[in-house]
Design a protein around this ligand. Sequence first.
Ligand SMILES: Nc1ncnc2c1ncn2[C@@H]1O[C@H](COP(=O)(O)OP(=O)(O)OP(=O)(O)O)[C@@H](O)[C@H]1O
Ligand SMILES: [Mg+2]
Length: 393
Amino acid sequence: MTDYSKKSYGRNTEVATIFGLLKAGKDISQHGPRRLGKTFVLDRMVEQAKSHGFICVKVEIAGCTDPKMVFRRLCEEITHHRSVSKKTITLLTQRMAQMVNPRSVQAGPWYQPFLSLDLETYLERLLGTLQDDQTQQWAILIDELPIFLKALHDKGVDGIKEARDFMNLFARLRSAKPRVRWLITGSIGINPLAQAGQYMGVLAKFQNFELKPLTEEQAVDFLQDLAQLGLLQNRKTITKQEACAVIEAVGWRAAYYLEALAQELPMNPETDHIKVNANITSAMDELLKHHNSSTFGTWEEHLRKHHSDYQRNLSFGVLNALAPYEIGLTLDALLGEFNDNNLDREVLRQHLLLLITEGFLHQESIADETTPYRFRLEPLRLWWKRYRPQAMA
Ligand SMILES: Nc1ncnc2c1ncn2[C@@H]1O[C@H](COP(=O)(O)OP(=O)(O)OP(=O)(O)O)[C@@H](O)[C@H]1O
Ligand SMILES: [Mg+2]
C-alpha cells in the first residue's frame, strides 16, 4: 500500500489543516465536486489521526435509510477500528449496558440491545464515553451525509421530518459532547435539502472546508508515480511532457481522471511534442471506447439516482446542449438552445449552480453572467457528445 504521508499529492497539507481546525474546536463540512478526492482525505485522516492526537472513525452512510442504521454503522466502525483498544470497547459496553433493564446476556455484538431502544439516549451515552476518553480525542467523519438525508426526504413528508429530527438530534449531541469532533462530507449538494427540511441552522455550525483540485506539480508527481509504482498496465515511466499533456487533456486535476487517461497511454514514452500529442489522442480514443465504463457512466447514473424528474430533464437538456462546445455556452445562449418559454432564466441559473456543485460544470467567474458554463471534465464532455445519454433511457 502506498504511504501517502510522504507524497506531494497525498493531501497532507489539507489533512494537517483540518486537524488544526478540529483541535481549535471547529467542526468541518468538507465540500468538493464528485470524484475530487473527498473520501481520500477522510482515509488519510484515519491513517494519520494518531500523530495529531486524535482517533478518527470514518462512517460511510450512503446506504443507510433510517437514523438507526447510522447509529449501527457508527457502532460497527468503532468495533472494527484498528486503533480502538479492547479496553475502550469494554468500557463502552459497560457504560451502555447500565441503561439496559433488565440486564440480559446478549449473543450479538455489544450494541445489539441498543438498536431496539431509544436512539437519542444511547447515542448520547456512546458519545459521552468517547468524550471522557482521556488518552485521545475522538473525531467522527461522516461520509455521504446528504445521500442519507436525501433517502429520508424521498420517503415524503414523514421522511423530511425524520431528516430534520435527525439533524436536530445531531446538533444537540454536538453541543452536549463538545470534545467529540465532527466532519461531514458528501457528493451531492446538502443546502437544497437543508432548505427543504428547514435545518440550515444545523449546517451553519460547521466550518466550510473546500477541497481544491491538485496543483499542477502534485498532479505531475501523481502521474509519474503511478507508472513507477507499477500501477499502469502499459508503462513503467511517464515523461514530464506526457504528464503535462494528460493534465491538459483532462482539464481538471482530479487524481481519478488523470489516472483513467494515463491507463490508456500507448507503450512508448515520448518527449517530442508531436509524438506526445499523438499518444494523448490515442489514449483519449481508448478511454471513450468503453461506453458503459464506470468511469463516465457514474455521472449519468448520478442524475438518474439523485435528481427529481424535473431536475433530471433539465440536467440532461443542459449537458446535451453544452456537449458540442469545448468552451461552453453563456446562460443566455443556453436559454436560447432550450427554446422553451416556460423555462425561467433564474430557474436555469440556479440549476446550473447545482450542476457546478455536483462537479458536472465549471464557470470561470460565477459573479460574471457573461462567462460561459462548460463541462468541468473534458473527457466527460467528449463522452457525452459521443453517446448523448437521454433523460428517458
Ligand atoms: N490525492 C490523491 N492521490 C491519489 N489518489 C487519489 C487522490 N485523490 C483521489 N484519489 C483517488 O481517486 C478516486 C476518487 O477519489 P474519492 O473517492 O476520494 O473521491 P470523492 O470526492 O469522495 O468522490 P465521490 O463524490 O464520488 O464520493 C479514488 O480511487 C481515490 O483513491
Ligand atoms: Mg466519496
